[in-house]
Design a protein around this ligand. Structure first.
Ligand SMILES: [Zn+2]
Length: 329
């Protein structure tokens, strides 16, 4: 293994990695549907109608639109749906926004909502209605339940939300996967725990990957690459070398030359990781069929009018929530 992070390995990586311009990685902005109470929600169309229809299932991915928060928008803008108890968010308003989301998804603002104190881990928690509204929620990054009438929610503002449902046994799960949680295999471990706790079979599972920061925008350092390389045989497929397409740089490259030795300059491609694909791979590795995995699409960093983005707003961002539950009765 010696030399894997050395210069020779660096050369190898450049040879086999995908090279692209940022535009080639960009994804279209999804179009939300509007719930009865006016809150926009992203839904998985094939879960609502068609062959994968699940009338017993509640689900939805929120956007930044349709709420009461004023902490992250211009004075004259409509209120926003911040769902996280962030430093700038008023607790009372966030609680009302959460009720709006719950009502939009279930029709009842009083449906219990279970959330987590998320810590970028692979810690999994069994959610129950008794946990709803706890002042200090459990720590973890994955929730699952077979209890009807309760919504499970994970919060994101760039990280990837993943919802999973067992169509036969009626079990639901929600996972929060940033790069650290992805490296810790939160989703793969989560499906394993669903099998253990509830006897779920991977062929009965359907999954939905929600909006997060896209490969178009997610520039990372070498430490992220080496973390993925140490965990996944398919890590090459997750990374792209993205070239700056700044016309000034392309036309006048001499202006940007540095005195540094080759390979040590800040000029050159940046490394982008595709967390949606990484989590799709984990679902496949856990045994789900490719056709059972859906994605809302959308990049939180590109489509800031629709989503909160932690990166794009230098950390001053609200949180969206992805929820799933079992309709009672
Ligand atoms: Zn983007």
């Amino acid at each position: 293994m010696r030399g894997i992070r050395g210069k020779a390995a660096g050369v190898t990586r450049r040879v086999r990695m995908n090279r692209v311009a940022p535009e080639e990685l960009s994804v279209p902005m999804p179009v939300p549907s509007i719930a009865a109470n006016g809150v926009p929600l992203l839904k998985i169309a094939v879960w609502e109608s068609g062959r994968q229809k699940n009338p017993w299932l509640w689900h939805g991915f929120s956007t930044r639109k349709g709420g009461l928060s004023r902490a992250y928008c211009a004075d004259d803008a409509p209120g926003e749906l911040n769902l996280g108890f962030t430093a700038s968010g008023d607790r009372e308003i966030v609680a009302r926004n959460r009720q709006l989301l719950v009502e939009a998804v279930t029709g009842e603002a009083s449906t219990p909502l279970v959330t987590l104190r998320q810590i970028h881990s692979s810690v999994l928690v069994l959610g129950a209605s008794a946990d709803a509204g706890r002042p200090s929620p459990c720590k973890g990054d994955g929730l699952m339940t077979d209890e009807p009438g309760v919504l499970l929610g994970v919060q994101t503002a760039d990280c990837i939300p993943v919802l999973v449902a067992d169509r036969k046994r009626k079990v639901v799960a929600a996972f929060h996967a940033g790069w650290r949680g992805t490296v810790k295999r939160i989703v793969e471990a989560g499906v394993g725990r669903m099998r253990l706790e509830f006897g779920c079979r991977p062929e009965d599972l359907v999954a939905a990957i929600g909006p997060g920061v896209g490969a178009c925008c997610y520039a990372v350092g070498d430490e992220v690459l080496s973390s993925f390389e140490s965990q996944f045989t398919y890590s090459d497929a997750l990374f792209h070398e993205v070239y700056d397409t700044d016309p000034v740089r392309t036309r006048y490259p001499m202006l940007f030359l540095t005195q540094r030795a080759p390979g040590h300059s800040n000029i050159g491609p940046s490394l982008h990781v595709d967390l949606v694909e990484a989590n799709r791979r984990q679902l496949l590795a856990a045994g789900l069929k490719p056709q059972s995995i859906q994605s809302t699409g959308g990049c939180t960093s590109c489509h800031r009018e629709l989503f909160f983005s932690h990166r794009a707003s230098q950390g001053h961002a609200g949180r969206m929530m992805s929820v799933i539950g079992i309709r009672p009765g």
